[in-house]
Ligand binder design. Structure first.
Ligand SMILES: [Fe+2]
Length: 421
């Protein structure tokens, strides 16, 4: 389990929540900011840390240590070098510095600082995953795209404060409204500051990551530059599609933006179909979760996305995917368990598709419950998030409104042990 947060940190969170009415602005300088935790490798023994500076800073380092006397791994003053890459945006050029620290001890709390050009920031902390799979929890946020990113900030901070043991969070795509407008990312990172230095993100690409300010389609270039995730996806789609294991869960993360990227990757879905078949065939994890932005079984008038369904649904059936989490429609919804395009019988032998609502400002009116839904709500009043608890026998999912009320609660049970156990 992740470390519980200290009273001091909770005080800081409360103060920042109180500051939510302040304006969101960031200034690019030689000092590190946008400090972000992801995993490019094994969460039991590694952590990936990314930050940015202006282009005057050609390199970066981290300091890392175990808190407490006599437990120092790397003493302050001893540092690891970062890989530095230039990111040119419509607004400004910047350097992104990334370090993947490996060889860490499982289930261990570490503190770290990032530094560039003599300026250090932090310390922040993270905790590695247990060596042997244990129960854990994580949080999911639907689309955070906003007219006012203080709403996203409030949702994120609320979830962070109320779920101190959650190991990481998933962002389901459409993190921002215009993905190739860097001003949007400034607001997103500013809103997330204070959380993402200590709470790793598992990001999913959405259609809005593929839009320019002129509303021309683009590769999701700013997204893939900023989030260093496992580069184990299909060739040419590195950081857009990938898989990741935490505990007894195998996560397959897909890119559903076939329309937006057809000029650049005409076979975007087919490439992922081949990869996903191998990816799912190759895991022995008890739980299989797929994350993709656009739903196969949606709640807008057009309902089923036939292209996505034809490409991916047979694989979800064949490899017994437990849950597909989706976004895009900004609704809180879940289907009955589905197999072969019909309600599965018995209920345990199908895939539940769960739409994750919205964590930003955007809502839709043209959404409705469909015949495949076991639950539907349009969260027009308040944003929301999901908490997923993974136990030895169940995935327990709770959808929580930012006002604290529980909107939906459900579980997938799996009492049959794995064949390898
Ligand atoms: Fe979307």
């Amino acid at each position: 389990m992740a470390a519980s947060r200290s009273p001091l940190r909770l005080l800081g969170i409360t103060l920042l929540l109180l500051l939510c009415c302040g304006s969101i602005a960031a200034a690019l300088s030689a000092e590190p900011d946008h400090v972000t935790l992801t995993w490019a490798g094994d969460p039991r023994t590694s952590q990936t840390i990314t930050w940015r500076t202006d282009v005057s800073v050609p390199a970066g380092q981290i300091r890392l240590w175990e808190p407490g006397p006599g437990q120092t791994v790397l003493a302050p003053g001893v540092s690891l070098p970062a890989t530095t890459r230039l990111l040119s945006t419509d607004a400004v050029d910047m350097n992104l510095h990334t370090v993947t620290v490996s060889g860490l001890k499982p289930a261990t709390l570490y503190q770290y600082q990032v530094g560039s050009g003599g300026a250090w920031t932090g310390p922040y902390s993270f905790k590695t995953a247990p060596l042997k799979a244990e129960p854990f929890s994580f949080v999911i946020f639907g689309d955070s795209q906003s007219l006012d990113y203080r709403v996203w900030r409030k949702t994120l901070w609320q979830a962070y404060r109320d779920n101190p043991a959650a190991a990481f969070f998933v962002s389901m795509g459409d993190l921002v409204d215009v993905g190739q407008d860097y001003a949007e990312w400034e607001d997103w990172f500013e809103a997330a500051a204070g959380v993402i230095e200590s709470w790793p993100i598992l990001p999913v690409v959405g259609n809005h990551e593929c839009y320019t300010p002129e509303r021309i389609f683009s590769r999701p270039r700013y997204f893939t530059a900023q989030f260093s995730v496992p580069e184990n996806g299909p060739a040419g789609l590195e950081r857009q599609a990938y898989s990741f294991d935490y505990g007894e869960v195998h996560f397959s993360v897909l890119d559903s933006q076939a329309g937006e990227q057809k000029l650049f990757v005409p076979d975007l879905l087919e490439r992922q179909r081949q990869w996903l078949a191998q990816d799912l065939a190759g895991t022995d994890k008890k739980w299989r979760i797929v994350l993709l932005h656009r739903p196969l079984f949606g709640n807008k008038p057009d309902g089923v996305n036939e292209y996505l369904r034809q490409v991916f649904a047979p694989l979800f059936d064949e490899y017994k995917v437990d849950v597909v989490f989706t976004a895009h429609d900004h609704v809180i919804a879940r289907t009955v368990p589905i197999n072969a395009d019909a309600a599965a019988a018995p209920p345990g032998f199908g895939t539940i598709h769960a739409a994750t609502g919205r964590s930003g400002t955007k809502t839709y009116q043209n959404v409705e419950a469909k015949e495949w839904n076991a639950f539907f709500e349009n969260p027009t009043a308040e944003p929301n998030y999901l908490v997923v608890a993974v136990t030895g026998t169940a995935l327990k999912v709770r959808t929580v409104s930012v006002n604290g009320s529980v909107v939906d609660e459900w579980a997938v049970e799996k009492i049959v042990p794995k064949a390898t156990e």
